[in-house]
Design a protein around this ligand. Structure first.
Ligand code: HEM
Length: 180
């Protein structure tokens, strides 16, 4: 959803059909989104994006990630996506937790360790089409249903996840420039 430099401010990202709720993590055309402020700018947890605090901080995000991968292990339609992952989910759970902490407006847990997210590039090794997108999203929706009780927050997060998962499609029908 935007040029490479604008990874950070949802208010500057192009508004998708139906609009972007203020503060909802947005997907950049180059990557996923980050809530304000930019990774290079020191920020207080939650600054510019209320979701980290609304969710209950890192413990709840860790729980969300645990449930997400539990569903990926269990849901038949997610078997192909599970097979893309390492047998040991420990490392990716940790990375995804840190990513989501930052994505929702918490401390820069991800970028200080792993640099710019560049999620599209990091997913290029995996064939992601509509089936994989929907399977990933089914796992995340099930985790959100279990972990997030606030209906509005859950809907906002689900929308942002769905947009991000669709952005990561790299099938022929959804080709992006390879450098992104
Ligand atoms: C659309 C379907 C998706 C598929 C099939 C997919 C698949 C994968 C796979 C196979 C890995 C590597 C796991 C490993 O090392 O064992 C990975 C890493 C990762 N994924 Fe996804 N993913 C998808 C969507 C998403 C979405 C929507 C997000 C964020 C909201 C996301 C965030 C991440 C992150 C942060 C990493 C770790 C990146 C790093 O190494 O720094 N993924 N994904």
């Amino acid at each position: 959803m935007n040029p490479p430099t604008n990874l950070t401010n949802p208010t500057k990202a192009p508004t998708p059909a139906g609009g972007t709720p203020q503060g909802v993590p947005c997907v950049s055309r180059t990557d996923v989104l980050r809530p304000v402020p930019a990774p290079s700018v020191a920020s207080a947890p939650g600054e510019g994006n209320p979701h980290f605090a609304q969710l209950g901080g890192e413990p709840v995000i860790r729980q969300l990630v645990d449930r997400f991968y539990a569903h990926m292990d269990a849901l038949p339609q997610a078997a192909a996506v599970r097979a893309m992952h390492s047998a040991d989910l420990g490392p990716v759970k940790r990375v995804l937790t840190h990513y989501l902490v930052e994505w929702t407006g918490g401390p820069q847990a991800y970028s200080v360790e792993r640099g710019h997210p560049r999620l599209r590039r990091k997913h290029q090794a995996f064939a992601i089409g509509p089936h994989e997108r929907d399977a990933w999203m089914a796992c995340m929706q099930a985790a959100l249903d279990e972990v997030v009780s606030d209906a509005t927050l859950k809907a906002q997060l689900a929308q942002a996840f769905a947009r991000t998962a669709d952005f990561l499609r790299n099938d022929a029908a959804h080709a992006h420039q390879p450098s992104r």
